[in-house]
Design a protein around this ligand. Structure first.
Ligand code: NAD
Ligand code: DAU
Length: 348
């Protein structure tokens, strides 16, 4: 029996990781620790909330005392750390929130784990979930590998880069058994509609403008969220201590082409005339410090751990739209209240 503490498990990616671990490892106790910020939503986990190997704890990773208490009470063997402030645009208006959660929160967790494990590292693991944004921006060619130097540009990516450095420093300084994964843009069910794909799905449904920053030529490398969860499971269980793996689907899209493909699929599914949703595309003011292009070289995780994506982008996007169409109540819940205030401030 192992106890695994997953932070940020009520969020987008975390909820898929929690579900995967609860279902695949009935002999593990899975603790989901989440502060339930605007991005955390227990509705994401309704289907597994009564499983006997699942526990939810509402707590804030910036609360040092509480982290110590939880680690002492539950004695986790492993930590999979996803809790973070995750939206680049919010980091531009509130950078300090990102420093608090992403940097301070990560160091609190590292300290709580170090105190509990007390140098007995056998069978222990701290898996830090990070992003490709720490590597900065690419030009028209090339890929991020695990050897690419860090060069973050937004307060979000700077805070994630800092947290990655702290995690590696705890390995180098204290010998803590850590692994780090840096993944590209995820999409899929439960994606919070402040991010490009779910925001556009929501706006197409409501016939609202689809805001494209700048000229729309910015490029992102998209991965279906369940494939990210599968990769995390593999790395958590099979990687050597101290390793880093980049995760991505070799699936680059310029934002404008991606949104047009989304419009095409949505028109078909909604029975709208061809080209109808595309008329909603609106070019708006660019994001400051906008990174031109991200692209992950996922050769290492493929060669060493045999991971590759299980769905094509067309399938993944279709599954995602279908999920949003059959979960409009979920969308209504998360877009009521504070979401509207955020939206008006960001786009009007
Ligand atoms: P998200 O914003 O959907 O979820 C974050 C979760 O963390 C929420 O449930 C929130 O309540 C929780 N949280 C926030 N602050 C907290 C705090 N102080 N204490 C405890 N819980 C707190 O984020 P996501 O998109 O699911 O991303 C999860 C992780 O994966 C993040 O670390 C992010 O940097 C990383 N990542 C995301 C992507 C992506 O495309 N979304 C890609 C690569 C890496
Ligand atoms: O690369 C991994 C990262 O992907 C994660 O670490 C982040 O947590 C996650 O939020 C995501 O960051 P991005 O900034 O790439 O995602 P976002 O969905 O915000 O934007 C994707 C692209 O679309 C980006 O080039 C900005 C653009 N965009 C975004 C929004 C919200 C628009 O053109 N219009 C919009 O309204």
């Amino acid at each position: 029996m192992k106890t695994i503490l997953i932070t940020g498990g009520a969020g987008f990616i975390g909820s898929h990781v929690v579900r995967q671990f609860v279902k695949n490892y009935p002999n593990y106790k899975i603790i989901n620790l989440d502060a339930l910020t605007y991005a955390g939503n227990l509705e994401n986990l309704k289907d597994i909330e009564n499983e006997p190997n699942y526990v939810f704890i509402k707590a804030d990773i910036t609360d040092e005392e509480r982290m110590d208490e939880i680690f002492q009470e539950y004695q986790p063997d492993g930590v999979i750390h996803l809790a973070a402030e995750s939206h680049v645009d919010r980091s531009i208006s509130s950078p300090l929130e990102f420093v608090k959660t992403n940097v301070l929160g990560t160091v609190n967790l590292l300290n709580a784990a170090k105190k509990l494990w007390n140098g007995n590292w056998e069978g222990k693991r701290f898996h830090h979930v990070s992003t490709d944004e720490v590597y900065g921006a690419l030009g028209d060619t090339g890929f991020f590998t695990e050897e690419t130097s860090y060069d973050p540009h937004s307060p979000y990516s700077a805070s994630k880069a800092s947290s990655d450095h702290f995690v590696r420093a705890y390995s180098d300084t204290y010998g803590m058994p850590i692994v780090v994964t840096n993944c590209s843009n995820n999409y899929g069910p439960n994606h919070f509609p402040e991010k490009l794909i779910p925001l556009c799905i929501h706006n197409i449904l409501n016939n609202k403008p689809l805001p494209i920053y700048g000229d729309g030529k910015y490029t992102r490398d998209w991965l279906y969220v369940i494939d990210h969860a599968i990769a995390i499971d593999l790395v958590f269980h099979q990687a050597e201590n101290g390793e880093t793996y980049n995760i991505g689907g070799f699936n680059e899209w310029q934002n404008i082409d991606l949104v047009k493909e989304l419009c095409r699929q949505m028109d078909e599914k909604l029975g709208r005339e061809k080209g109808e949703s595309e008329k909603l595309i609106t070019f708006v003011k660019d994001r400051p410090g906008h990174d031109l292009r991200y692209a992950i070289d996922a050769t290492k995780i493929n060669k060493e751990l045999g991971w590759k994506p299980t769905v094509t982008f067309e399938e993944g996007l279709s599954l995602t739209i279908d999920w949003f169409l059959s979960n409009q109540e979920w969308l209504d819940h998360v877009t009521s209240g504070d979401y509207q205030k955020y939206y008006d401030k960001q786009y009007n």
